[in-house]
Design a protein around this ligand. Structure first.
Ligand code: ZN
Length: 83
């Protein structure tokens, strides 16, 4: 069986949950960390997701307006508009 590869740490996600990068801040975060484009459908492992969550807490919403006011709700309707 082939496991999805985490774009954060490049390891196969065998255990724990896997998370999608999505179109929100995660995409920005992983793109910057990798210095490359990332796909919204790429996967990250639980450990890397924790790192991302820690970053969002650390920055205390400082970057959420880069994307949208409400990432979860607006994700489907987000059209790349700069506010
Ligand atoms: Zn990972």
């Amino acid at each position: 069986m082939v496991y999805p590869v985490c774009i954060g740490c490049s390891s196969g996600i065998r255990y724990g949950q896997k998370f999608k990068v999505g179109d929100g801040l995660g995409k920005l975060f992983w793109s910057v960390r990798r210095l490359s484009r990332v796909n919204s459908n790429d996967f990250i492992c639980q450990q890397c997701q924790l790192m991302f969550v820690r970053w969002t807490k650390e920055t205390n919403g400082e970057f959420k307006n880069f994307i949208t006011n409400d990432i979860e709700k607006d994700e489907a309707g987000f059209n790349g508009e700069v506010r």
